[in-house]
Design a protein around this ligand. Structure first.
Ligand SMILES: Nc1ncnc2c1ncn2[C@@H]1O[C@H](COP(=O)(O)OP(=O)(O)OP(=O)(O)O)[C@@H](O)[C@H]1O
Ligand SMILES: [Mg+2]
Length: 313
C-alpha cells in the first residue's frame, strides 16, 4: 500500500494557545477511511483546516503523495487543492445563497479550468445524479433545498475535481437520522466507485465504525488511542475511548462509563489531559504525560492502560 497522506507531529495554535499537540495521521491510497473521533473542542476542525492549508501549521509535517504540502506554492499548491477537498460540518454555510446549484457545482471547473464552459452543465448533471439528486435541483438555490439535499450538493461540488482525498468534517451531524443514513450510504458507494480515500471527522463512533478502517481518538488536541476502528470499538483500551464507546449503546454491549464530570476545564500543565475525568487516574497520571505505546494491536497513551484493558478484555 502506498502512502497518500502522512502527517507527523502536527501542532496547531490560535494565537499563543496551542490546541493540537502533536498529531500523526497515516492514510494509504483509497478506498480507505481514517476516522478522527473526539468530543467538541478536541481540535478536529482545526486539523481539517490545517490539512487544506486554511489554518497555519505551527510545527510538524504534512506529506501528500510523498511531497511536502506545507512548502507548496504555485502550480503544486493548485494541484493539491484539486486533489484534496473539504466537506464542511455545516452544509448550510458551505453554499453561497445567491448561487444556483448548477453554478455552485460548476464553480470548481471555472476556478481550476478543468472543464470547458460548454461542457459544464452536462458534467454538473452527471455529478448531481451520482450523489442521488434529481436533475431539476440544478436550477434551485440553497434555501429551496432540504438539509440532506444541500449536503449532497456540497459533496457533488467536492467531487467535481476528481479528488484523491476528501476531508469530511462531521458531514452528517446537522442531519436527522434517516437523512444521515442516506448520506452515509452515499459516501460508502462513492468510496468504492471512485476509490476514494477520506478523513472522516466525527464525534459519533457508529459513523466512523461503518466507514473507516482505522481511527484516532483525540482528547483536547492529544491522541489518546489509535488503531483499527474495529479494535477501538470492540475492545477500547483508553478510558476515554471506553467512555465514548459506552455512549453508543446501539453498537452492542453497553459498558459502564469510566468517566466522571470534569472538575476543571483547563488543560493540566503536565500529566494526562484526561486525568481529571478518569476514574482510573493515579498520581503519575497527574504529573507525567503518557506517551503513545503499542498495546493489544493498537497504540494507546495511558499510564493505566493495562488496568483499563482488563475492563474490556
Ligand atoms: N477562532 C478561534 N479562536 C480561538 N480559539 C479557537 C478558535 N476556533 C477554535 N478555537 C479553539 O480551538 C480548539 C479546537 O477547536 P475545533 O473547532 O478544532 O474543535 P472541534 O473538535 O472541531 O469541535 P466541534 O466538535 O465542536 O466541531 C477549541 O478549544 C476551540 O475553543
Ligand atoms: Mg468541528
Amino acid at each position: 500500500m502506498s502512502e497518500l497522506l502522512k502527517v507527523r507531529d502536527l501542532r496547531l495554535s490560535f494565537g499563543d494557545t496551542e490546541v493540537v499537540h502533536g498529531v500523526d495521521l497515516d492514510l494509504p491510497e483509497g478506498p480507505f477511511g481514517l476516522g478522527v473521533i473526539g468530543e467538541s473542542g478536541s481540535g478536529k476542525t482545526t486539523i481539517a483546516r490545517a490539512l487544506l492549508r486554511l489554518h497555519p501549521v505551527a510545527s510538524g509535517s504534512v506529506a501528500f503523495e510523498g511531497r511536502d504540502v506545507l512548502s507548496m506554492a504555485g502550480a503544486a499548491l493548485s494541484a493539491y487543492r484539486r486533489d484534496v477537498q473539504l466537506v464542511f460540518q455545516d452544509g448550510d454555510g458551505a453554499l453561497d445563497p445567491r448561487m444556483s446549484v448548477r453554478t455552485a457545482v460548476a464553480e470548481p471547473f471555472a476556478i481550476h479550468r478543468t472543464v470547458p464552459r460548454g461542457q459544464r452543465a452536462a458534467r454538473v448533471a452527471d455529478l448531481l445524479r451520482e450523489v442521488g439528486l434529481p436533475d431539476d435541483v440544478a436550477t434551485r438555490y440553497p434555501h429551496q433545498l432540504s438539509g440532506g439535499q444541500r449536503q449532497r450538493v456540497v459533496i457533488a461540488r467536492a467531487l467535481a475535481l476528481e479528488p484523491k482525498l476528501l476531508v469530511l468534517d462531521e458531514p452528517t451531524s446537522a442531519l436527522d437520522v434517516t437523512v444521515q443514513e442516506r448520506v452515509l450510504q452515499l459516501i460508502e458507494s462513492l468510496r468504492e466507485k471512485r476509490s476514494l480515500a477520506y478523513v472522516l471527522i466525527s464525534h459519533n463512533l457508529a459513523v466512523v465504525d461503518r466507514l473507516c478502517e482505522s481511527s484516532i481518538v483525540l482528547y483536547r488536541g492529544v491522541v489518546m488511542e489509535r488503531g483499527q476502528t474495529n479494535d477501538l470499538l470492540t475492545t477500547p483500551v483508553h478510558p476515554y475511548t471506553q467512555a465514548l464507546r459506552a455512549a453508543v449503546p446501539e453498537l452492542g454491549v453497553v459498558r459502564p462509563p469510566l468517566t466522571r464530570i470534569a472538575t476543571s476545564t483547563s488543560v493540566p500543565e503536565s500529566g494526562c489531559p484526561y486525568a481529571d475525568r478518569c476514574a482510573l487516574a493515579v498520581d503519575v497520571c497527574r504529573h507525567e504525560v503518557p506517551a503513545l505505546r503499542p498495546l493489544h494491536g493498537r497504540d494507546v497513551a495511558c499510564h493505566q492502560a493495562d488496568e483499563a484493558a482488563d475492563l474490556t478484555a
